[in-house]
Design a binder for this molecule. Structure first.
Ligand code: ZN
Ligand code: ZN
Length: 482
């Protein structure tokens, strides 16, 4: 693979030799019994062919590049988000999807505005701060108040209102790096629930140590929540370097006085869209293999890792199947979900709008953890038939992707589907450095490694091929369906 492909126009396929492109698929008889039938051999031939072609294609990277360069930041309901929807429709059409359509999603738009923070006492100096998504503004002159620091939300919950009243609460929990990002779920409640918990005790504002694993001066944004009946207070995140600095000012009984000024605002209801592209199945058009990413992003970076990568990987994987194998037997549907960042809003809309046809989804998956290499496939399949796809698992194992558990909920947007009877997969990626960049101005294209995102594309394309070309059906047995 080389980067000269990028200069040759959008579609990497235009310069690849794909002699086998087009209608090479001949419908095969359904498999019988457990022996390997010619039809199964044919499916695995397709899988290997797609794998080989994908390894030579930069398409996933090319798509992320196009999205980040031509659209950039795309907070739900913003002008960037609206341009992303147009971009996505055009891209899916350009790639030759049979059907491209969109699904309206009502979203609450929010504008970040200006934010700064200054230590007034004991050692006056500025701190790097960013508003958390959904936060209200401070008064125009800011909020000046003593800071009270807590190690965790739990420690805050044990404090008395006397300690907190009128003060700025600083939630200072460190997050460790981990390949699967397992510490994120432990620290992210500071961001999501910090304002409510601090406000219940009378705080005037809350700031958190960024939910991240870097040591840069970029603060990490992300969604936060208010609760009915609890006074709304402004909420921001300071960078990890600044959190270290602020923490070091707390010695003995020193009073730490801070001024924060954030002018974020609610910008009202807007319409966004799930953008959907399909390659229609020849034999079983109603049976759907669903691969996805989310189109929206936070606004400070260009949303390359989160989730331009997923958009690129899912779209490229589906496109490769069509280009290499021809028209699939089952329908392949790419869903680029709206408004994942503010609470899976697009996914919830998708489930509502498609409630009668969810039973036709053979498998759903979302790529939303950056572009690190995949090392494991977790599933939520009908246990009784899971091993019927053993040839696929064996092929994936050859490239370092091992079969994991059968209890996953899939990626964020598809996580609401298993309880509705939809089989899901989660392809676990090496996310050791994902939270260095997540939701920061530093989430940009240069953080994506071409070989790594191509590995993702190949693994998704292999699985999509298998699911779209075989009779493997991991849906719950009828009596077990909800
Ligand atoms: Zn995401
Ligand atoms: Zn995100």
């Amino acid at each position: 693979m080389n980067t000269s492909f990028y200069k040759a126009g959008f579609c990497a396929f235009s310069i690849l030799t794909l002699a086998s492109c087009g209608a090479t698929y001949t419908p095969q008889p359904a498999k019988e019994g457990l022996e390997v039938t010619p039809a199964q051999n044919q499916v695995m031939e397709y899988v290997r062919k797609v794998q080989n072609q994908s390894d030579e294609s930069d398409l996933a990277f090319e798509i992320v590049k196009s999205l980040t360069v031509e659209v950039g930041p795309r907070i739900p309901g913003s002008s960037g988000d609206k341009r992303a929807v147009v971009w996505a429709e055009n891209k899916l059409n350009e790639l030759g999807f049979d059907k491209v359509y969109k699904q309206a999603v009502r979203v609450r738009n929010w504008e970040r505005g200006f934010a700064d923070a200054n230590v007034i006492k004991p050692y006056p100096q500025p701190l790097v701060i960013t508003a958390l998504g959904g936060s209200i503004a401070t008064p125009e002159s800011g909020i000046e108040a003593p800071v009270v620091m807590f190690e965790s939300l739990e420690a805050l919950s044990k404090a008395s209102a006397n300690e907190i009243e009128g003060k700025i609460v600083f939630l200072n929990t460190r997050m460790q790096r981990h390949k699967a990002g397992r510490f994120y779920s432990q620290v992210v409640p500071n961001r999501v629930n910090g304002a409510v918990e601090a406000s219940k005790l009378g705080a005037s504002a809350v700031i958190i140590r960024s939910v991240g694993t870097d040591n840069s001066r970029f603060a990490h944004t992300g969604v936060m929540r208010y609760e009915d009946g609890v006074t709304k207070i402004p909420a921001g995140a300071i960078s990890i370097a600044d959190a270290n600095n602020l923490e070091a000012m707390f010695t003995g009984n020193t009073e730490v006085l801070l001024n924060i000024n954030m002018q974020a605002k609610d910008a009202g209801w807007q319409t966004s869209y799930n953008v959907i592209g399909e390659f229609t199945g020849t034999e079983k058009p109603n049976e759907v293999v669903l691969v996805s990413g989310h189109l929206d992003s936070w606004d400070e970076g260009t949303g390359a890792l989160d989730d331009g990568a997923g958009v690129g990987i899912a779209t490229a994987a589906a496109t490769l199947v069509k280009k290499v194998v021809g028209q699939p037997k089952r329908t392949i549907r790419v869903v680029l979900f709206a408004a994942e960042e503010i609470g899976l809003i697009g996914a919830r809309q998708y489930v509502r709008d498609n409630k009668d046809s969810l039973k036709n989804i053979i498998m759903a998956g979302e790529s939303d953890f950056g572009a690190g290499p995949i090392y494991q496939i977790d599933t939520r399949f009908n246990e009784a038939v899971r091993s019927d796809a053993s040839e696929l698992y064996a092929e994936l194992a050859k490239i370092g992707v091992v079969l994991g558990n059968n209890t996953t909920n899939g990626g964020p947007d598809v996580s609401i589907m298993p309880k509705l009877g939809v089989p899901v997969i989660a392809l676990k990626q090496d996310g050791t450095y994902y939270f260095d960049y997540h939701h920061t101005p530093n989430d940009t294209l240069d953080k994506i490694n071409l070989a790594d995102i191509t590995q993702n594309q190949t693994v998704w394309a292999m699985i999509t091929t298998y699911m779209a070309m075989s009779d493997f059906d991991p849906r719950p047995a009828p009596e077990a369906a909800p």
